[in-house]
Design a protein around this ligand. Structure first.
Ligand SMILES: Nc1ncnc2c1ncn2[C@@H]1O[C@H](COP(=O)(O)OP(=O)(O)OP(=O)(O)O)[C@@H](O)[C@H]1O
Ligand SMILES: [Mg+2]
Length: 413
């Protein structure tokens, strides 16, 4: 028997599923992968439950076929406007009865974290993550793990991520009604960090930007922890919309042209061939050069990056971030995107976020758009711990799909 973790990414334009098998050496191997068009999601938010259920079933079944095993449960992620975050401070007294210092225990650490969460959050929100940034023992900060240190007073700085209860209920309901158990909901960008970021980048201070179709989600990390997460409610769909309006063509035709010939930075254009722009309603087709397309795309992507930069400058200190800007999501595949980000953020330290090589026969997952599903598998594996596999509910049994024993086990689970 092998443990299996399934990552599900319910995006605005695509639903992605990755199936990861944990081998004997406790390493992940991606054995199943599928992408299906998403429907019922707008700007990262579920707006039509039935449509999302159908898309989830479609995508998971495709991944099951690909992997040759049956899925019972999965982990998923949310982002966009459904998520909010803020920093908080917690404090716990450690001293014994005689006011002398003693060794700090896990209980003290939990008390400090709990006190940091004792802030009032609106009734319609739930905690998604409480991420410790720093521990301070008797006024001395910069401590990653205070356990076993001597002290009388333990403080902590944490980054708290909350999500609207409705959004968590909606995603849970969609996954359950599609026939799968939902193990955990992660913050999308936090999951991605596991797949694409290196430890030194996190320590030095880096920015992860997920360039999706409906949203652009951002996570700022410093000293190895998240310091700020934010979301801009626009993404690649807005770029396609611009092409559609400027060229007077339907959205899906504009999307096709964007993917075929689009570039978002003039100096990065390698060629300048002409693309036919189909005429609508019997109008004859016209020709447009790649440069014409770039003139439409570049200002919009530049505007999105500028919005991200302004938000970050507003919420944190950009100068303290000496690591990299890591671009993920489908939009990170647009030619010229790295160069444009370099210009807007005024740094050469920009790179696409490609999930690390996890082995396996097929490395199709090594694209920025798979960062969420691969990150979900890695985050969940880390979360469950090396030996405690209790929450890994998918068990691969020998034999093909539709094995009666597996059917029985699915009902049993
Ligand atoms: N090669 C490419 N060049 C330019 N844009 C691309 C390319 N590939 C994908 N995109 C764009 O990326 C977007 C889709 O990315 P992705 O699949 O990450 O979004 P999503 O997860 O469905 O949306 P969201 O995260 O906003 O909910 C679309 O706008 C698409 O046009
Ligand atoms: Mg996405």
């Amino acid at each position: 028997m092998t443990d299996v973790i399934v990552g599900l990414d319910i995006g605005t334009s695509n639903i992605r599923v990755a199936i990861g098998e944990i081998n004997e050496e406790d390493n992940v191997q991606i054995v199943g992968l599928a992408t299906r068009p998403s429907s019922g999601v707008r700007n990262g938010t579920i707006i039509n439950i039935e449509a999302v259920i159908a898309s989830i079933k479609d995508a998971v079944e495709a991944a099951e076929q690909n992997a040759g095993l049956e899925v019972f449960s999965c982990v998923t992620a949310i982002g966009g406007s459904q998520v909010a975050s803020y920093n908080s401070h917690g404090l716990a007294a450690v001293a014994n009865k005689n006011h002398r210092s003693r060794e700090i225990t896990q209980q003290d650490k939990d008390n400090a974290l709990e006190s940091a969460c004792a802030t009032i959050i609106p009734l319609d929100r739930d905690f998604l993550h409480v991420i410790p940034q720093d521990f301070i023992v008797d006024g001395i900060g910069g401590i990653k793990d205070p356990i076993d240190m001597m002290g009388v007073r333990l403080e902590t700085d944490v980054h708290i991520v909350t999500a609207s209860k409705t959004s968590i209920q909606n995603v849970t309901s969609c996954v359950n009604r599609a026939g799968y158990e939902l193990e955990k909901v992660w913050l999308k960008t936090l999951a991605q960090v596991q797949a694409v970021a290196h430890e030194d980048e996190l320590d030095m201070g880096s920015i992860l930007i997920d360039m999706g179709a409906g949203t652009t989600d951002v996570l700022v990390l410093n000293d190895g922890a998240s310091v700020c997460s934010l979301s801009i409610p626009v993404g690649g769909n807005l770029v396609t919309n611009d092409i559609s309006i400027e060229m007077g063509i339907p959205f899906n035709v504009a999307e096709k042209i964007k993917l075929e010939a689009g570039c978002c930075f003039e100096e990065a254009l390698q060629t300048n061939y002409e693309v036919p722009i189909p005429g609508v309603g019997g109008r004859p087709p016209e020709m447009a050069t790649q440069l014409d397309l770039c003139d439409i795309i570049q200002p919009r992507v530049e505007e999105i990056f500028s919005m991200v930069r302004n938000e970050i400058v507003h919420k944190t200190d950009l100068r303290r971030l000496d690591g990299n800007i890591i671009l993920t999501g489908g939009g990170a595949q647009m030619p010229g995107v790295v160069e444009l980000a370099q210009e807007v953020f005024g740094t050469s330290a920009v790179r696409p976020g490609i999930p690390e090589n996890l082995g396996g026969s097929n490395d199709e997952y090594r694209k920025p758009e798979y960062a969420t599903v691969i990150g979900l598998i890695q985050s969940q594996k880390k979360h469950c711990g090396g030996s405690d596999k209790s929450s890994r509910r998918n068990i691969q049994l020998s034999g093909k799909k539709d094995n009666p024993l597996k059917k029985f086990l699915k009902q049993w689970f």
